[in-house]
Design a binder for this molecule. Sequence first.
Ligand SMILES: [Fe+2]
Ligand SMILES: [Fe+2]
Length: 131
Amino acid sequence: MSFINWESEKYSVNHDVMDKQHMQLVDMINQFHDFLNQGESKDALKMILGKLRVYADTHFKAEEGLLGKSNYPEVESHKKLHEYYIVKLSEFEKAMEKAPCNSDVMFFMKDWLMEHIEKEDKKYSNFLKSK
Ligand SMILES: [Fe+2]
Ligand SMILES: [Fe+2]
């Protein structure tokens, strides 16, 4: 069993591209979890964290683009939520330069992302469906 199991019913936003990107983010967090459990080096953990941050940023921009062109009313507040995650990931990367990584980072990455998809991304999904 993976650290995060993708459940379509729970997490799908009914948009193929967004779903695929969400799954990719989940894969990266699962990989981080495996690396941490296998006692991989800090460099390896930092590398995957960096990849996750870059890809999360790519995904967020794509999603914001979609919401903007769909005239989603909450696009600005949604952007703020995304910014928060990127800031947190950057802070974790910096912190890893000084101290070993602990599982708090991993749980934050998972909890924030899955809750965001389930609550916030589902809101735009419902909005797009109703259009
Ligand atoms: Fe989002
Ligand atoms: Fe998203």
